[in-house]
Design a protein around this ligand. Structure first.
Ligand code: ACO
Length: 333
């Protein structure tokens, strides 16, 4: 078996900064409520030229450059998102086209906030077995176009932002370390506690239009916020612990925990519960909001730029989200 290392990290966020103050001009909300409940101060909203695939491609090009790997050396693409360019096909194929590379396989991962860690696990298996040498893993989201930006939707829409992150995963050289283990879980009985229900195969667009019900908001994301919070804090802690136990490591062995940026209160709760120091946890939700599958790779790339994520560090990635799904990865960066 080979080992998988992260050879490069990159991210792209749109230029358009939307502050809490900006949101308070279009819905009944305010900076104090958003800051106190979520820690978010601002987020980025995509412009007309941005799409989930184009943002992903931009992040990928940065990751490739930092990895020192030519795009033509990519053997496979994994794209994690809940906001694809099209209902189908998924955005992985669009990245293949936008990069202008040979006809490599492109896999789309639909695991929402856990999508990046699920994608990491999938890519790790392909590299470990020797099937592929270099895999491009992207997490990208364009939420802003699909949120209810009226007061009705404020409990959800103030939380989310747009952006993309990418990593290049490569076969590690002899003696090098990399991904130590990955762990994935799901609990489908809570599928509708955090979901975007329609359109779906039982409730297709013509049905929604035919009923023409102004209160039908099934095509907007729904979140049972309190319920999600309570499950998130339990599952985050569990899955981090699971990764540590699997590798006979302790909390103090973690140099950096990069949690999915769901909500600053969730990250702070986990940090306290697990007795992690401030310098052991990386958060940037204040600046980008919750970017779902993109949040971990954006945070990794930003932490790397700031020198907070260093070669040789023991890093734990952890995520929880819609499904419910949750996942973790422990790695030597
Ligand atoms: N601005 C002002 N007031 C608001 C807003 C807003 N944006 N949104 C809701 N309110 C009001 C509500 O209408 C309600 O008013 P009422 O008391 O008059 O009825 C009041 O604020 C409290 O609403 P709650 O929904 O009970 O607020 P809560 O304290 O639960 O906070 C929140 C909501 C922040 C979503 C919280 O439940 C939470 O943090 N949940 C975790 C879920 C999460 O972070 N998800 C992120 C995405 S999922 C993921 O990535 C895992």
């Amino acid at each position: 078996m080979y080992k998988t290392k992260i050879s490069g990290v990159g991210h792209y966020v749109p230029d358009n900064v939307v502050t809490n103050e900006d949101l308070s001009k279009i819905m009944d909300t305010n900076d104090a409520w958003i800051t106190e409940r979520t820690g978010i101060k601002e987020r980025r909203f995509a412009g007309p030229a941005d799409s989930p695939s184009s943002m992903g491609t931009k992040a990928a090009l940065v990751a490739l450059e930092r990895a020192g790997i030519d795009k033509n050396e990519i053997d496979f693409i994994v794209f994690a998102t809940l906001s694809p360019d099209y209902y189908f096909p998924g955005p992985g194929v669009l990245v293949q086209e936008q990069l202008g590379i040979k006809e490599v396989g492109a896999l789309d991962v639909r695991n929402q906030c856990s999508g990046f860690v699920y994608g990491l696990s999938v890519a790790d298996q392909f590299i470990k077995t020797g099937m592929y040498k270099n895999i491009l893993l992207i997490g990208s989201e364009l939420h802003s176009g699909g949120l209810d930006m009226t007061t009705r939707g404020r409990g959800v829409s103030v939380i989310f932002g747009d952006g993309a992150g990418a990593v290049v995963l490569s076969r590690a050289n002899e003696g090098e370390e990399g991904i130590l283990s990955t762990h994935m879980h799901s609990e489908g009985k809570y599928a509708e506690e955090l979901a975007l229900i329609a359109p779906n195969t039982a409730r297709w667009v013509p049905t929604i239009m035919e009923n023409n019900d102004p209160d039908d908001i099934s095509y907007y994301p729904y979140m049972n916020g309190n319920f999600v919070f309570k499950h998130a804090v339990v599952r985050f802690a569990e899955v981090i612990q699971e990764a540590l136990v699997a590798n006979s490591k302790k909390i103090e062995d973690i140099d950096l925990l990069i949690p999915h940026q769901a909500n600053l209160r969730i990250s702070q709760f986990i940090q306290k519960k697990m007795a992690l120091r401030d310098d052991q946890v990386y958060n940037n939700i204040m600046r980008y909001g919750n970017t779902t599958a993109a949040s971990i790779p954006i945070a990794m790339s930003e932490a790397w730029e700031k020198g907070k994520l260093k070669r040789g560090d023991t890093v734990c990635l952890a995520a929880f989200g819609s499904g419910f799904t949750w996942a973790s990865a422990l790695l030597k960066f």
